[in-house]
Write a protein that binds this ligand. Structure first.
Ligand code: 6A9
Length: 713
C-alpha cells in the first residue's frame, strides 16, 4: 500500500478503474522469475521489480524492490509512505521482529511455504547508493479476511506522528497506529493475522524486501542491493532476447516504442495470472437451492487485473493462445487446472468466483453459476495449437493421456446438453427468458452476451457459432484420440459432418439475407417503448413510478433465419470451416470489407451498421455491448482466418491476402495509438472513433495484438 502525505490520508492499496490513474501495469514479466511494473499515481511514479530465485522445497526466495520517484523531477519535498504487509489467510503463523518502532522482519510458517523469513531493508536513495533518513511505524492486527485488509489499515491511521529529519523542519504525517476492530464487525472470527511495516520519507527513494525460504539451504548470498540489480539486469536482457526470438518484432520492422507496447501487453497478461482457491456457488437443476461447488484451486490468467480479476472459461482459451507461444508448459498447466474444475456431468462453470476476495468484486446477480450454462470451448483452440508444435515427445503424450478422460467428458457434455433440434445443430441453453423486458433476450453463455439472436427464445433455435465451435472441438478430439490410439472414428465422423459445407448451408445459409445465420422463432419488428401508466382520479402524476421501457413486438414472430449480420455470421469463416472455393467466401469477404456493414479503419465491428439492432440499448440501463463495438478476440480470429485463406489456392486467395494486410495493419495501428494516448489496452474499441471502451486495463484477449504483430496464427 502507499500513501502520499497531505492534509488528508489517501491510502492506496489496489489500482481501481474508478481511480482514473494515468497508467499502471507490467512493463516486463517472464511469468516465472522476474517482473517490472510501473504505477503512475498523479505526481508519484512507482516502479516495482521482483526477482525469484529457485531453491529448496518451497519455491525458493524472492525479492521486491520498490522505487518511488516524483513525476516532476523538481519535487524533492513531499513525503511518501510505503507500506509493506504480510497476512495469513486462514492458516499459518507470523512473528514480528521489532526494533524501536521499526518492524525489521517477520518470520513465519505456512502449509505451502514452510518456514520463511521476510526482511524489510532500510530505505535508500532511488539509485540505491546511500541510506536515507525515514520514520517507521508498524501495525499488528487481525482482519476478518484478506478482502478487508484495506479497511483494517485505514481504520488504524492517525496523523499524530511527526517526521523530523536531522536539521529539517518537523512535519506531521499519517501512519498506522493502534489497531481498532472494524466498525460493525466485532463478532466476526478473524481469519487473517496482519503485520505491516510503514516507511515514511521524502521522494525519491527505494525500499527492498527479501523473502527467504527456510528449506533453501545454501543460498549464495542475499538477493538485495547490487546483487539484486545484477540479477534483474540479467533477467531483463534474457527477456529481450527471448521476446525477439519468439515474436520477431524488431526483425519485422516495428519501432522500439511499438515493441515496448507489445512487451507490456504480453507482460500484463502474464503478470495478471493468479492462483485462486475456493468454491463457486452453483444452481443445479437437481436442487432447489444454490449449493457450494467443491473447493479447488485454479491457476489462470484474467481478463483484467483490476476489474475482472478472476477466471473466465472462454477468455482463457484466447489468453493461452498468446501465453502458449511464450511458455507452452505454463499453458499446459493452466489447461489442466481448468479441466480439473469439471463436475461429474462434464460441466465447467463459466465464471470462476472462488472465494470472498473474488466475491467482493462481483455484483450479487452474477455470482450464481448454472449447471446448464455453457461457454465457447476455446480451450480446444489452444490444444489445436499445442498439437501443432514440433517436438511432441513422450512428456506431451503422457500429458494428453491424462487430459483425455476429461476432454472426452467435456466434449460429451456440450454434445448432449447443448444439442439443437436437428442432428448436427446446436443451441445455447440459458438465454434470458423474459421477452417483455429486453429488446433481445441475451445469450450470456455464448460469450457474445447481447448479440442479437432469435427474438423469442425457444427449443427450435439453432445457433451458428456453437455449431462451428463443435466442429473445432470434434476435430481436436479426433486428433488427440488418434495420437493416443483411442477410438477416434466417431469424433472424425462428427467433424466431417459439422464441416460439410453442403449441410452447413442447408442448416444456416439464409439465402434471402445473403449470409450465414442463426435460425429460430424470430421477429425483426421489435422496439422498446415507454410503458403506459394509468393515472387514477385525483392522483398527482409526479407520485407515479417512472414508466419502464418495455419491448413491443410489432409483427408476430415466425420460424426463420435471424437477420443480424456480424461476428456470428462470420463463424464458418472465422473457424475456417468453409472450403477455399466456397462461393460463400465471396459474400463474407464482401460484407467484411463493406463500410456500410462491418469494416472500420480500426477493425471489424461486431454488428453491421445495416443490422436492425446496431448500437441499440437492450434495456434502459443496458447499453450496446456486442452490437457494434470492435472486439479483439474476434478480430484476431478474422485476421487468422484471412491468413489461412490467403495461403490456400482458390478463387478468393488474392482477396483474402489483401484484406489480411489491411485488417491487420488497422488493428495494430489503432490499439497502439489508443495505448499511447490513454496508457491502456481496452476491453473493446469504438467503431466510430477507434477509442477504447468498457473496462481498462484489459490485457486479456486484447493482448492478442501481439500475435497479430508477430503474425503467429
Ligand atoms: C460483471 C461487474 C467490478 C463480458 O471478459 C469476461 C467477460 C467475457 O467472457 C464476455 O464474453 N466479459 C463478455 O461479454 C466481462 C463479464 C463480466 C461480468 C461480471 C461484474 C464487475 O464489477
Amino acid at each position: 500500500m502507499w500513501l502520499r502525505q497531505a492534509a488528508e490520508a489517501r491510502l492506496r492499496h489496489t489500482c481501481e478503474q474508478s481511480d482514473g490513474l494515468p497508467g499502471y501495469g507490467w512493463l516486463l514479466h517472464d511469468g516465472l522469475r522476474f517482473g517490472a511494473q510501473e504505477i503512475r499515481d498523479r505526481g508519484l511514479a512507482l516502479r516495482t521489480d521482483f526477482v525469484k530465485r529457485p531453491g529448496g522445497e518451497h519455491g525458493g526466495d524472492w525479492s521486491w524492490r520498490v522505487t518511488a520517484r516524483p513525476e516532476s523531477p523538481g519535487d524533492q519535498t513531499s513525503l511518501v509512505s510505503l507500506l509493506f504487509y504480510v497476512a495469513t489467510n486462514g492458516q499459518g503463523t507470523l512473528q514480528p521482529h521489532v526494533e524501536n518502532t521499526r518492524l525489521v522482519s517477520v518470520t513465519g510458517t505456512s502449509e505451502e511455504l514452510g518456514h520463511f523469513n521476510i526482511t524489510f531493508h532500510k530505505p535508500t536513495t532511488d539509485t540505491g547508493e546511500a541510506l536515507r533518513y525515514a520514520s517507521y511505524n508498524h501495525l499488528d492486527a487481525r482482519s476478518p479476511g484478506l478482502h478487508r485488509l484495506t479497511d483494517v489499515v485505514k481504520s488504524s491511521l492517525s496523523n499524530r506522528f511527526v517526521y523530523a529529519a536531522p536539521g529539517g523542519p518537523k512535519r506531521r504525517y499519517f501512519a498506522v497506529d493502534t489497531y481498532r476492530a472494524l466498525p460493525g464487525e466485532p463478532e466476526q472470527e478473524p481469519q487473517s493475522h496482519l503485520l505491516l511495516h510503514q516507511v515514511t520519507l521524502p521522494l525519491p527513494c527505494r525500499v527492498e524486501v527479501t523473502f527467504e525460504s527456510g528449506s533453501f539451504a545454501e543460498r549464495p548470498g542475499s538477493l538485495v542491493g547490487a546483487v539484486l540489480s545484477e540479477e534483474l539486469a540479467g533477467h531483463v536482457a534474457a527477456f529481450e532476447r527471448r521476446f525477439e526470438e519468439t515474436f520477431s518484432l524488431a526483425r519485422k520492422g516495428f519501432t522500439p516504442q511499438q515493441q515496448r507496447f507489445a512487451k507490456a501487453a504480453l507482460s500484463n497478461m502474464m503478470g495478471g495470472m493468479g492462483y485462486f482457491h475456493g468454491h463457486s456457488i452453483v444452481q443445479s437443476a437437481h436442487s432447489p437451492h444454490p449449493l457450494p461447488y467443491p473447493e479447488g484451486p485454479l491457476f489462470t490468467a484474467v481478463p483484467s487485473r483490476s476489474f475482472f480479476p478472476r477466471g473466465f472459461l472462454w477468455d482463457e482459451g484466447f489468453h493461452q493462445l498468446l501465453l502458449a507461444r511464450w511458455d507452452p508448459a505454463l499453458s499446459r498447466e493452466v489447461i489442466a487446472h481448468w479441466l480439473d474444475l469439471m463436475n461429474v456431468e462434464g460441466w465447467i462453470p463459466r465464471e470462476q468466483i472462488l472465494d470472498d476476495e473474488a466475491r467482493a468484486k462481483v455484483p450479487p446477480e452474477f455470482i450464481l453459476q448454472h449447471n446448464e450454462a455453457a461457454n465457447p470451448p476455446t480451450l480446444f483452440l489452444v490444444l489445436q495449437q499445442l498439437l501443432r508444435e514440433p517436438g511432441q515427445g513422450p512428456a506431451e503424450l503422457s500429458y494428453l493421456r491424462r487430459l483425455f478422460p476429461r476432454l472426452r467428458t467435456w466434449y460429451e457434455w456440450y454434445n448432449t446438453t447443448q444439442a439443437g433440434p436437428l442432428p448436427y445443430t446446436f443451441r445455447w441453453r440459458g438465454r434470458d427468458q423474459d421477452t417483455d423486458l429486453f429488446l433481445n433476450p441475451k445469450t450470456l453463455t455464448s460469450g457474445l452476451d447481447d448479440y442479437p439472436r432469435a427474438s423469442h427464445p425457444s427449443p427450435v433455435e439453432r445457433h451458428l457459432d456453437l455449431r462451428c465451435w463443435m466442429a473445432l472441438a470434434a476435430g481436436v478430439m479426433a486428433e488427440v484420440a488418434e495420437r493416443l490410439g483411442e477410438p477416434a472414428a466417431e469424433y472424425r465422423r462428427m467433424q466431417q459432418a459439422l464441416s460439410d459445407n453442403a449441410l452447413l448451408e442447408q442448416q444456416h445459409w439464409a439465402e434471402q439475407l445473403g449470409m450465414f445465420a442463426d435460425y429460430g422463432n424470430h421477429s425483426q419488428a421489435v422496439g422498446l417503448e415507454r410503458e403506459k401508466v394509468a393515472v387514477g382520479p385525483g392522483q398527482p402524476r409526479h407520485q407515479l413510478p417512472a414508466p419502464r421501457l418495455v419491448r413491443v413486438v410489432r409483427k408476430p414472430p415466425k420460424l426463420q433465419f435471424v437477420g443480424a449480420l456480424g461476428y456470428v455470421s462470420l463463424f464458418p469463416f472465422l473457424l475456417q470451416l468453409l472450403r477455399p472455393d466456397s462461393p460463400r467466401l465471396a459474400s463474407i469477404l464482401g460484407d467484411m470489407r463493406s463500410e456500410q456493414k462491418l469494416w472500420t479503419p480500426y477493425g471489424l465491428r461486431s454488428l453491421a451498421r445495416t443490422s436492425p439492432l446496431y448500437m441499440k440499448h437492450n434495456t434502459e440501463h443496458d447499453p450496446p455491448y456486442w452490437r457494434g463495438p470492435i472486439w479483439i478476440n474476434m478480430n484476431y480470429l478474422a485476421v487468422r482466418a484471412l491468413h489461412h485463406y490467403a495461403s490456400l489456392e482458390g478463387p478468393y486467395q488474392q482477396r483474402a491476402a489483401a484484406l489480411y494486410q489491411e485488417l491487420r495493419a488497422n488493428l495494430i495501428a489503432n490499439l497502439y495509438r489508443q495505448y499511447v494516448e490513454s496508457g491502456y489496452l481496452w476491453e473493446q474499441y469504438s467503431d466510430s472513433t477507434g477509442q477504447g471502451r468498457g473496462c481498462y486495463p484489459f490485457t486479456g484477449w486484447s493482448a492478442l495484438v501481439v500475435l497479430m504483430m508477430a503474425e503467429e496464427y
